[in-house]
Design a protein around this ligand. Structure first.
Ligand SMILES: [Zn+2]
Length: 396
């Protein structure tokens, strides 16, 4: 997800699916010339093979995204099996604990997997987890070649899967559409490298630069940016003010896995009442408070850390298997702002999403996004219009 706008389905159209993906003309052409021996033919073949590699890898990423919001702590992975220039099997990892993408794609291909090329967006695993290693499945299926989008940053996989396949006589190529594959799993990669959940800060501004607690018109509806954003994140960090006063962030996307609510409570009285959290969903919320507090409904976990510190909370969330969290800035009071204040110098927030509404606000007082130790330019900034609002996002 090097550029969120490029790869996130809610912000750009999905890659155009070739009308007949099973046998694109270019694939047939490349396959037909594969035996060419002349220098020119060879060069041409390589170029076409390269294009087809990218095409199939993009399809892997497209398949992987079908499980958005469901795979943590695992990565999203897609796999395509191609034989004689034709797609004979496809699969993706649907959920932690379920088989990996390669297993579904090999099952789909059946006997046709023999002598095929397997495309996988992430290095196949080589360890016994909740499922047997995918390297074994690929070797047993007698695939001829494996094309890998990126190596797995997980230390128990890192390059061991590739070595195992090569050791079994399978040709392995690595790094096709690598930027796209990395972007797909930027939260997973971040968690592997830092031990913390990947965090995105989101806020809405008026045209005169006032932070507002509203969302843009329709933003929460199915198919709209906020609903899609919530679907993508494993957790949402909100202030106790928002939890007390408003409905909790929800995704209205089909098959959305609703996030864990991480509620930051500063100076709450003895009781924090969360009116829109139903008792049966109490396990979907955790309150971090600076002093002991009783939460209604009962059953919500409460933690009173020695210090309300974003870094240690992101670490704790990663330990619980969350790869990503959205920090929603609505109803942020002084305590919430100080909680975020060193986000940049400590590299605690990776991305910022700002929605700009075409309104002039005179009533909401002060602009309170002015925290952070220093000024800095955001990277890879993208923008688009959503329902009359401007949506800007960039990397810290
Ligand atoms: Zn696997």
């Amino acid at each position: 997800m090097a550029s969120w706008l490029v790869a996130h389905p809610q912000l750009t159209p999905r890659p155009v699916r070739v009308a007949s993906l099973a046998s694109p003309p270019l694939a047939r052409l490349a396959a037909g010339r594969a035996g060419g021996r002349g220098l020119t033919a060879g060069v041409r073949c390589q170029t076409q093979a390269g294009d087809m590699d990218k095409h199939y890898m993009r399809r892997c990423v497209e398949l992987a995204r079908k499980a958005t919001g469901h795979t943590s702590p695992n990565p999203m992975v897609g796999c395509v099996i191609v034989r004689d220039g034709r797609v004979v099997g496809e699969g993706f990892h649907p959920k932690a604990g379920q088989p990996h993408a390669e297993v579904f794609a090999l099952r789909d291909a059946g006997d046709l997997a023999q002598n095929s090329t397997a495309y996988v967006s992430l290095e196949p695993c080589n360890h016994y987890g909740r499922t047997p290693p995918c390297t074994e499945a690929l070797i047993n299926a007698k695939v001829k070649e494996v094309v890998v989008g990126m190596t797995d940053p997980n230390p128990i996989v890192a390059s061991k899967g590739i070595e195992k396949l090569r050791g079994a006589g399978i040709d392995v190529r690595v790094g096709v559409e690598e930027a796209l594959c990395r972007e797909l799993n930027e939260a997973y990669i971040h968690r592997m490298h830092t031990g913390k959940a990947f965090a995105t800060l989101r806020a809405t501004l008026s045209m005169n630069g006032i932070v507002t607690n509203q969302l843009g018109k329709g933003a929460e509806e199915s198919g709209e940016y906020y609903s899609q954003l919530i679907k993508e994140y494993d957790g949402v960090i909100i202030s106790s003010n928002l939890a007390r006063m408003s409905t909790l962030p929800l995704s209205h996307e089909i098959d959305a896995n609703q996030p864990l609510y991480i509620i930051i409570a500063h100076g709450e009285g003895p009781v924090l009442h969360i009116p829109f959290l139903r008792a049966e969903n109490a396990h979907k919320a955790i309150v971090f408070a600076d002093s002991p507090v009783t939460v209604e409904p009962a059953g919500v976990e409460v933690a009173v850390p020695r210090e309300m510190e974003l870094g240690s909370i992101l670490h704790l969330l990663a330990q619980r298997g969350l790869c990503s969290v959205l920090v929603d800035f609505r109803e942020a009071g002084e305590g919430f702002i100080s909680f975020l204040s060193d986000f940049q110098e400590k590299k605690l927030v990776q991305k910022v999403v700002v929605e700009m509404m075409p309104v002039w606000l005179a009533s909401e007082g002060f602009t309170n996004l002015g925290f952070g130790g220093q000024s800095f330019p955001l990277k890879n900034v993208e923008r688009r219009e959503v329902n009359g609002c401007l949506l800007l996002e960039g990397y810290v």
